[in-house]
Design a protein around this ligand. Structure first.
Ligand code: MN
Length: 301
């Protein structure tokens, strides 16, 4: 059964074993090898939009709006704010998915789980078909450098990549009243390039946008991940019953603005485009490890 963008709730069904049924997971046409100019696509791209700020975030609607210019859009997002949950996947309890409306009246689905759960559900057949692109955001706050290891926004794109679908994460600097205009433009430009040129397996793009009007922005910069400097503290307080509790928090993180990094690009008023690969192997240490004494205790010399 298929959920069109305007479809009503599907009655409860049986198992959606998308992993066993290739027809539910039609391969993404935005994988390199299949990608081509949009004018040559025989049907409109299918784009899944999600986020980690929750289904009510105005950034989600902004991203959906940006993607509708490129293809047909389905929206499924956490029902509550799931920022910094990272790549959490819910396996030990059931998930509920409810139909919602975005502020412009368009349909969306809310899942009582993480961003990864949202992408998982969609790519395992919740909508009855696969997707050509998963776009995540627009996150309220940048995801630069080390942030990507905490970010639910980026993790949603990673989940897409793991499932063989190109992923894009878009985040914008938090600075005063929110205007998503520049981020919408950036998302559309990068998404079009993904659809037309393709990503390889394991690759995703992390885009960070400064809080600027389009005319004040210096354009795109291809950048590597930078280094974040966090100012978190462990705050101890006492609850109404006299029991101590702890809260990790602090002012917004700073960063090392080394040229060539995403931190530097956004500080300079540019839109950073950072390619991320899910092969996290530390290649520099591979050879060094051969000199370590990795032998079982008691093994004969
Ligand atoms: Mn967030």
């Amino acid at each position: 059964m298929s959920r069109q963008p305007s479809a009503a709730a599907r009655p409860g069904g049986g198992a959606r074993t998308g992993g066993d049924d290739p027809s539910l997971l039609d391969p993404s046409r935005a994988l390199r090898g299949s990608a081509r100019p949009l004018a040559e696509w025989t049907s409109r791209p299918r784009i899944l939009v999600t986020n980690d700020d929750g289904v009510e975030s105005s950034g989600l609607l902004a991203l959906a709006r940006a993607m509708r210019a490129l293809g047909d859009v389905w929206v499924i997002a956490p029902e509550t704010n799931q920022s910094t949950v990272g790549h959490m996947k819910t396996l030990m309890r059931p998930l509920r998915i409810r139909e919602r409306r975005l502020a412009d009246g368009s349909p969306a689905w809310a899942i009582d789980g993480s961003p990864t759960d949202a992408v998982s559900a969609a790519l395992l057949g919740f909508f009855g078909h696969g997707f050509d692109l998963v776009a995540s955001g627009i996150n309220h706050g940048n995801n630069l450098g080390d942030d990507v290891t905490y970010s639910g926004t980026v993790s949603a794109a990673m989940e897409a990549t793991i499932s063989g679908c190109p992923g894009l994460a878009v985040s914008q600097t938090l600075d005063g009243p929110v205007d998503w205009t520049l981020a919408e433009i950036a998302a559309r430009v990068v998404a079009r390039n993904i659809l037309e040129r393709g990503l390889d397996a394991g690759e995703l793009l992390n885009v960070n946008v400064p809080a600027l009007a389009p005319e004040a922005c210096g354009g795109f910069e291809i950048a590597r991940l930078g280094r974040r400097i966090y100012h978190d503290a462990l705050i101890e307080r006492t609850d109404p019953r006299g029991v101590p509790y702890y809260w990790i928090g602090g002012p917004p993180p700073a960063g090392v603005a080394a040229p060539g990094t995403d931190v530097h690009a956004v500080q300079a008023g540019l839109i950073s485009v950072t390619p991320i690969h899910l092969d996290l192997t530390a290649r520099a240490i591979l050879r060094r490890l051969r000199d370590w004494e990795l032998v079982m205790p008691g093994a004969a010399d």
